[in-house]
Design a protein around this ligand. Sequence first.
Ligand code: GDP
Ligand code: MG
Length: 501
Amino acid sequence: MVLADLGRKITSALESLSNATIINEEVLNAMLKEVCAALLEADVNIKLVKQLRENVKAAIDLEGMASGLNKRGMIHNAVVMELVKLVDPGVEAWTPTEGKDNVIMFVGLQGSGKTTTCSKLAYYYQRNGWKTCLICADTFRAGAFDQLKQNATKAQIPFYGSYTEMDPAVIAAEGVEKFKGENFEIIIVDTSGRHKQEDSLFEEMLQVSNAVQPDNVVYVMDASIGQACESQAKAFKDKVDVASVIVTKLDGHAKGGGALSAVAATRSPIIFIGTGEHIDDFEPFETQPFISKLLGRGDIEGLIKRMKELNPEAGKNKLKHGQFTLRDMYKQFQNIMEMGPFGQIMGMIPGFGTDFMSKGNEQESMARLKKLMTIMDSMSDQELDHIDGVKLFYKQPNRIQKVARGSGVATKDVQELLTQYTRFAQMVKKMGGIKGLFKGGDISKNVNPSQTAKLYQQMAKMMDPQVLHIMGGMAGLQSTMRQFQQGAAGNMKGMMGFNNM
Ligand code: GDP
Ligand code: MG
């Protein structure tokens, strides 16, 4: 059972409340039993599971509740709150300071994912505008430097290491000095591990630590050992000054829930989680959004933050006036590509959450977007900025041939792009219309159910079938819409990638 399965099971337990005709003790107990069974299956410590059950029961007084109260909603919230508590270490995590050097040293057992995670963290900071570099202080494992070098080169991150120097503390000190001198802000030091917690490992860790005086020691923890993480995390914390934890391999392991809750129980601040072997299979760890995503409820706030980071100009566009040119579409595609890992973004959208750990056909979708952008790269400014680009192309068909030749595709591909654009443009117009429906934040007040259904169908028709597919078909679209009615209506456009309407 991977984390996504755990999310699905808990969601289905919670849904049993909606199916019950009345909410009584029996229904509540049955639901809690399901939730607890799923948590135990994910290797969450039995004491923590028991505690969760007791806390929910203590928070819900069914008999004392007035009949008008929304019992389902209250139980639902109580469970979610307890789940958040389960993975919340309750400690503020370390964050780097801008404009100075921040030395981050990695520690952990061999194979836990240190080298991979160093590269992921460096890539993350670099992408967010920090001047970042990597140092390999692992002389224990043959090929360690090559591994780091390869990752760093691929991600274009400056690195330091040595094939001849055998003392990791010396390499680490040299590297840190060099990069400090070059005004790097994030200096990440990878160290070696052992298969077990041996004295020699701790000795080496201390030497490197003394040599570089880290601002933050990150302990890397492999999730596959489940709740046994607790004793391992404690052992490391006793030996070195661990300030943050990164839990890796949460993508494929049955015991992920157990690992996260066990680490949290040691009050170690989890700063990121690793969800795969690729450099962007990496997510900042925040308890509330994490649980929200796990339960398929999306992470609207994270999504908006991400959009804002990328597009400070949001809201100042002519789209307000209902215009949508080919260049606008190009920019939207660019935004989607730049937002980074497609799967992660998708995971933030309500209704996809449970699959946020799997990649699906992300690669395919990205390749498709890239191809469309390549075609648009061969268009002239006049074509890109025309208020009715399609008309222009069909009035002068030699334009289609010119663009096809320029981008090395068939004329059919250019025609398809224009069709796609027409769909998008219609969608933008429709969204403008739909926006009115969200007035007051509740769609049901403004339209009746049959109108709503029709609206969804219209939207589905206008969307690219592949995009609709990624959104989880009609059901996905509907749940997305429902989410937005519940308070996030204004951000509909952001979700769709039309963030500058
Ligand atoms: P180190 O010995 O601690 O430096 O560990 P490495 O970084 O060399 O990683 C050991 C193995 O774990 C490699 O095969 C990585 O690709 C893999 N790995 C690291 N992090 C993750 C993760 O989050 N998910 C998965 N599936 N594999 C990971
Ligand atoms: Mg390594």
